[in-house]
Design a protein around this ligand. Structure first.
Ligand code: ADP
Ligand code: MG
Length: 421
């Protein structure tokens, strides 16, 4: 180990109590510490936060972390404060602070106490904040959830588009690190272009989830019965069933209950207390199944979800990957079963029809990939990874035999029949 490597490991142990770096973390941190623009693409749970937290703690000056969600920022600030003896080591700068609090944050930065300053992009656009940050020592800028910069991502935030301009005003030579779990080449191009970091050293982890089994079944009128049968064959295991609409969530949850399955609904139309309650019941295993819209998932960290069923096909491969990715976090089995009918694609198209043309075009392109995925007869894992710009050989790659197409190769005419159902 070189001296730098030793220091990094010591710091990792000292601040986080970990004895080993995860995946590409060490290389990422070395790149950033050498002053390079750095770009990190790692799946959710890959350990991206540490890639900027550790170098921020190790360096002089304050690292500015741009993050889109106040809740995410608060979690991280609390965690960092927990490992330091100085409360001022991490701060959030946003519109919820009063004058006294803002003064305190600024003083801690000026005193060199604050190593991480979390800001929402809209706070960064405020002239007084830019002026202030221009005058202090900034170690680097981190743009977390960097896909928010791209219209091709699932979470476009227009305010992210101004970041480059603001970063430039804060300082000319500040290293930038962008981080995302979105692996599509289009989104990545957008990020590099918009942050003007085309020269960034890029680190991309594999998106393969070797323990997940992928399966698509034709969606017929009997879909509810099919789902009930599947769940009963997997009784006692935890699972999530995703539906497109709140109404369908309610109906299906009831149907499952009537059939003796311990299931609850979850969607944004339920009040906060009910949602929290249902989520807890799932985590505590008082119930087995959550029937949910996409409102369920962000930050749900149940390691032993054994199946994810899509009653309705999602609107992009990325959403599908994120949602199925909630299965088998512990490395154990995870069955991902999606029901597909072309008429559901038409339904999704209809939803988009009121949107601006540019948005519709993007939505269409994403949907066509979903159709291709559902109708393909090649290895599903290979398809997904190819979509994310990753080569995968399912003869030799890990998990290469875990999907319906590889296990039960279809004859051509059968594959075609399925599509029409
Ligand atoms: P991401 O932002 O990529 O989704 P996080 O930064 O939230 O991932 O990290 C996911 C989990 O991995 C966290 O619980 C974190 O504590 C843990 N983790 C990160 N780095 C390490 C490491 N080197 N060793 C052990 N656990 C780690
Ligand atoms: Mg993260």
């Amino acid at each position: 180990m070189s001296i730098v490597e030793k220091d990094l490991h010591l710091a990792l142990k000292k601040y986080f109590g970990f004895s080993k770096f995860k995946g590409l973390q060490e290389q990422v941190i070395k790149s950033l510490l050498s002053g390079n623009h750095t770009f990190v693409v790692m799946p959710t749970g890959g350990g991206k936060s540490l890639c900027y937290q550790l170098p921020a703690l190790m360096q002089d000056g304050t690292a500015i972390i741009v993050s889109p969600l106040i809740a995410l920022m608060k979690n991280q600030v609390d965690a960092i404060r927990g490992i330091s003896d100085k409360e001022g080591v991490a701060h959030v700068l946003n519109s919820s602070l009063n004058k006294t609090e803002i003064k305190r944050v600024k003083q801690d930065i000026l005193d060199g106490v604050t190593k991480l300053l979390y800001v929402a992009p809209e706070s960064l656009t405020k002239e007084e904040n830019v002026e202030f940050l221009r005058s202090v020592k900034v170690s680097f800028m981190a743009v977390d959830e960097a896909h928010c910069i791209s219209e091709w991502g699932h979470d476009f935030r227009p305010e992210y588009r101004n970041l480059r301009h603001i970063i430039q005003r804060i300082g000319d030579n500040i290293p930038i690190i962008g981080l995302t779990a979105t692996a599509t080449p289009k989104v990545q191009e957008d990020i590099l272009k918009n942050l003007a970091i085309n020269d960034a050293t890029t680190f991309k982890a594999s998106f393969n989830r070797p323990n997940l089994y992928y399966e698509i079944r034709p969606k017929t009128k009997q879909v509810d019965a099919d789902i009930i049968r599947f769940i009963k064959q997997n009784s006692g295991k935890s699972g999530i069933v995703y539906c497109l609409s709140r109404k369908r969530v309610e109906e299906l949850a009831q149907t499952l209950q009537v059939n003796g399955i311990k299931a609850v609904p979850y969607h944004a139309g339920l009040d906060a207390k009910t949602r929290a309650n249902h989520q807890d019941m799932f985590l505590m295993e008082d119930i087995d199944v959550v029937v949910a819209t996409i409102a369920f998932g962000m930050g749900i960290d149940k390691p032993d979800v054994r199946f994810v069923i899509h009653h309705d096909i999602p609107k992009s491969i990325e959403s599908y990957y994120q949602e199925t990715g909630r299965a088998g976090r512990d490395g154990g089995e995870g069955h991902c079963l999606a029901f597909y009918a072309y008429k559901d694609i038409e339904k999704l198209e209809k939803f988009m029809s009121g949107k601006p043309v540019a948005e519709q075009e993007i939505g269409q392109a994403l949907l066509q990939e979903v159709v291709a995925y559902a109708e393909t007869s090649i290895s599903r894992r290979k398809f997904i990874l190819h979509y994310f710009g990753e080569e995968f050989d399912n003869e030799t790659g890990e998990g290469g035999d875990l999907d319906d197409n590889v296990r039960f190769p279809k004859k051509k005419h059968e594959a075609q029949d399925n599509v029409k159902l």
